[in-house]
Write a protein that binds this ligand. Structure first.
Ligand code: CS2
Length: 485
């Protein structure tokens, strides 16, 4: 069967770009070529291009694997987005101009970052992609990719931060306007965090460059939200049936989409506000709400649900006892929040529960469970700390923490083994070996450097509650812990 390569192959009746893609140049270089780019930033850009045009197409960068790079390039950047609900909707998108594989084509990426036409460099590289040292919150200069980039002349960086600094150095050397750096990952204060890491990296190489970056480059913060599972065979099969040709870059997502962006762009931006993005002066309240209520509940569902036998979030949402825990968790997380402008938190919670229950979306609990050491601190520990300081109930955060600890053991309730998939898995394995009893396991994992805040570790109630849940999980089962009152 032929491959999707041209818009005239797309059947009538299916949504196509409302602009001629070839008439628009590239203005955005995007690091991290996963499903989320194709379901979120690229769609806002697609709609902004349809509204007001401009040279804002996206060059997508694969920092590691080249599968998606090749898939997109073979299709000249075209791909299908399937929006799944009671009915599925299909659209072919043209906002991505092409893709580059950083490890094998470093010159192409250097040229793109140096080009004055590149006005924004955006990122969806997941929490672990940033290279944050959990102990200091600064740059983890011991990490392989960061250490290698700091030691080299940055002709072929490996890390995202290394690439950003290389690109900004080229702009400065040419006397050109810098690009704006736009983090679209689930980190609190993502813009400020990325700025700190980039400036710290630059300081190690060239203090003048670091000062120039600190003074003249914008790093707006953003809150991004759209539940987007990884592509599966079903995604490709459905895209093929709708298109009548192969689409190896097809992606599926939910109908809901939200993007709140701090309006601080030093070098222009697409009219994303005409595409539904909300431009805000302060993104922090939205980020906190989403990280703590959505992502925190997601992590709880992932660990508890996966161990108890639920493969997807939607399956966990048919388990009444688990749903009760999820709802309780969201209510507790809401206690950590100050009022969020324009948002009714009860309505937000109900909407989240409905999104999680979407029968048409298969969002694997195992996918969300990945990288727990990166996800728990902003989603669970920070929230628990604030709720505790406000004399609220921390039981649900202790349950979620115990569920992650039980997950580190690597076997589901039915005995099936699985791989942990965490950047700190070697340390976790060491901790697991020394943690023969639930309380020893708790102690070993809680004392991973920079992981659980000292204020929680020294809280007797927190420790006792977490260990009680963990004991049930390990000596009976996750099922028993979910059902316990
Ligand atoms: C999820 C997120 O995988 C995860 O950790 O919690 O990817 C979540 O689906 C998105 O943030 C939703 O916007």
């Amino acid at each position: 069967m032929t491959l999707l390569e041209r818009l005239d192959q797309v059947p009538a009746g299916m949504t196509k770009p409302a602009f001629d893609p070839a008439a628009h140049g590239v203005g955005i270089v995007h690091l991290g070529l996963g499903a989320f780019l194709r379901a979120h930033l690229a769609i806002y850009t697609e709609d902004a291009l349809a509204h007001s045009g401009g040279d804002w197409r996206i060059l997508a960068v694969g920092l590691r694997s080249r599968d998606s790079v090749d898939a997109l390039n073979a299709q000249h950047g075209l791909y299908t987005l399937i929006t799944r609900d009671a009915e599925s909707r299909y659209r072919v998108c043209g906002a991505i101009a092409g893709a580059v594989h950083a490890p094998s084509e470093p010159q192409r990426l250097h040229a793109a970052l140096a080009a004055e036409t590149t006005r924004i460099v955006s990122l969806t590289i997941t929490e672990k992609g940033y290279g944050i040292d959990a102990r200091t919150n600064g740059l983890d200069s011991d990490r392989d990719d960061i250490a290698a980039d700091l030691a080299s002349d940055v002709s072929a960086p490996r890390s995202a931060v290394g690439w950003i600094v290389a690109g900004l150095a080229a702009r400065r050397a040419a006397g050109a306007t810098p690009f704006t750096v736009l983090s679209c990952d689930n980190l609190s204060n993502n813009g400020a965090v990325l700025k700190r890491l980039v400036v710290e990296f630059a300081e190690r190489r060239d203090p003048d460059l670091a000062r120039w970056i600190a003074d003249s480059v914008s790093f707006p913060s953003t809150m991004v939200d759209r539940i987007t599972p990884a592509q599966t065979e079903a995604t490709r099969t459905d895209a093929r049936a709708a298109l009548g040709c192969e689409d190896h870059a097809a992606i599926e997502t939910e109908p809901f989409s939200q993007w709140v962006i701090e309006d601080d762009f030093g070098n222009g931006r697409p009219d994303w506000h005409l595409a539904g993005a909300v431009m805000a002066h302060d993104v922090a309240p939205y980020e906190r709400m989403k990280l703590r209520m959505l992502n925190g509940a997601h992590s709880l569902i992932a660990y508890a649900g996966f161990l108890a036998g639920h493969d997807n979030v939607r399956d966990a949402m048919t388990d009444p006892a688990l749903v009760r825990r999820v709802e309780t968790h969201m209510r507790a997380a809401a206690q950590s929040l100050d009022p969020v402008p324009g948002i009714d938190l009860d309505a937000y919670r109900s909407a989240l529960l409905a999104r999680f229950a979407n029968r048409a979306i298969a969002h694997p609990t195992y996918q969300i469970a990945m990288d727990g050491t990166q996800k728990l601190p902003p989603r669970i520990f920070e929230t628990a700390t604030i709720v505790r300081n406000r004399d609220g109930d921390i039981a649900s955060f202790a349950f979620a923490t115990a569920a992650w600890m039980a997950y580190t053991r690597g076997t589901r309730d039915d005995g099936t083994p699985y791989a942990l998939r965490d950047p700190r898995q070697v340390e976790i394995a060491d901790a697991s070996r020394s943690g023969k009893t639930p309380s020893a396991l708790y102690d070993a994992l809680a004392s991973l450097p920079g992981f659980m805040p000292a204020s929680l570790r020294s809280d007797d109630k927190w420790c006792a509650t977490t260990i009680t849940h963990l004991t049930t999980m390990l000596t009976k089962s996750m099922r028993a812990a979910i059902d316990a009152t």
